[in-house]
Write a protein that binds this ligand. Sequence first.
Ligand SMILES: [Mn+2]
Length: 523
Amino acid sequence: MKPVWEIKTEADTPLLSQIMMARGIKEEDLYHTLDELPDEALLANIETVAERIREALYNNEPLVIFGHDDPDGITSTYILYRYLNSCGYQKHNYFIPNRIIEHHGIQKSFINFVKEHRFPLVVTVDNGISAYNGVEELNRMGCEVIITDHHLVQPEEIPNAFSILNPQLPECKYPFKMLSGVGVVLMLIRYLSKLLEHPVEPALYFWAAIGSIADKVPMTGVNRILVRHVLNNWDDIKDYTIEFLQRNFNRVTGLTDKLNFMHYCSRLIANGREEDGKHIAMRFLLQLSDEKVRLFQLLEEAKNAWELALNNVFKLVGTLLEDFEGEAFIYYDDEDLIPYTLLGTAATYVVNNLGIPAIFIKNRHDVMVCEGRCANNFNMVEAFSFAKGSLIQFGGHAKAAGFTMFPDKYNDFIELFHDYLRHQLEADKMDHKLEIDAVLTPEKLSNRIWYELERLLPFGQENPEPIVLIKDCTIRQLSERFSIDSCSPKITKQDKLDIVIQLKNPNLIKILDYHPVSETQTP
Ligand SMILES: [Mn+2]
């Protein structure tokens, strides 16, 4: 279905002001600083959580941070671990579960780890809110559990934890709900720093920004303030790992370079799963000796292998999408073509290309696992919740969620999912709108325009890269100035068209849609 173009701007003003007008961004929105962050005390239970951690510190009581093996989970674990280090505490440990070996959340290996080391206290980061059974088991062993998480709360299955820190809790008054896992941990650390009168190192903001970017949280509100704070105070960050990594990266000067470097960091720590709660990225981050070089090489190799696997998945999904028509994309990987850890990425690829909800299902051990992704016009958690009668466990965010299910429930699930989809489609008819931020003539195009827009950085969810209508233009004109992503083969290079592009970086654009010149209606 062809989208309807919605031009929300007045042409003939500078590009930046066109975009700001279209998005309702005011000048002052671009200048918020840490001083304007909401008071962390507004997070429900933060006092209970912080006091319990202080008690552990003062009594030199062992505790273990239970993380998650993605960049959000790694940075969450790392900044809390490092903050406790900086307080002079020595009884803290960490455990990063391995999703290749075990299902998501608190599983046998972690229970055994806690049993073996007799930890009286667990702090989960970036997970835990759906670990009802895991928390029960830890409680039975006499272990107290503090949950810090940012995933959606299922009110009928809230774990019996000692306390829970999650902006998604219904009783939570914190005004910004879309923090990443590491964002929640950072707010806890900021609160602790007042309680303990011990400062937060600037580098912790850098790692919190890395986790937030990687987790694709909306780049608005608190998240935007965090990332902008890091970009604007780059030189104040003293961090051995960042200096080490910058030596292995191109020169970092402008804002765009800095963000590219941050994306690189997040990709680097996206790999490194090991067994028994260890993780190469965690070991790399914590390592100060020469061993750091070797761990870095291991991470680089893992990153390269991962990028290769990713490309293969994109190729595969690309062929699946050729000539696909439908309101949702459901794929059962019965031939085991997509690694489990790339299911979510495969689904994201579909959403980016077709704009429809996508779910990828495959067998894993003795159950089926699924990752679902969607755009703003759908809610994946709600869809799974609708079908929960056929699921073992589900959780996540509106736009990114997952579940496990017994294989004999597959048909039931598919039927329920379709029911939900049909309701949803009837409810809002999913009108396809393409919101255009600015209108330009081809003469105004150059690689420099990106830099005029750097004040809008970082781009991300809810602050996407600018979408610009280029009037009366040929593909040839565009390709003289930019590399072009996903150019439809049906367009000939010389035809005069009105083309909607998205600026992806200084030299790369993506073509989103086009009309013959006569068909575009302008306000
Ligand atoms: Mn997360």
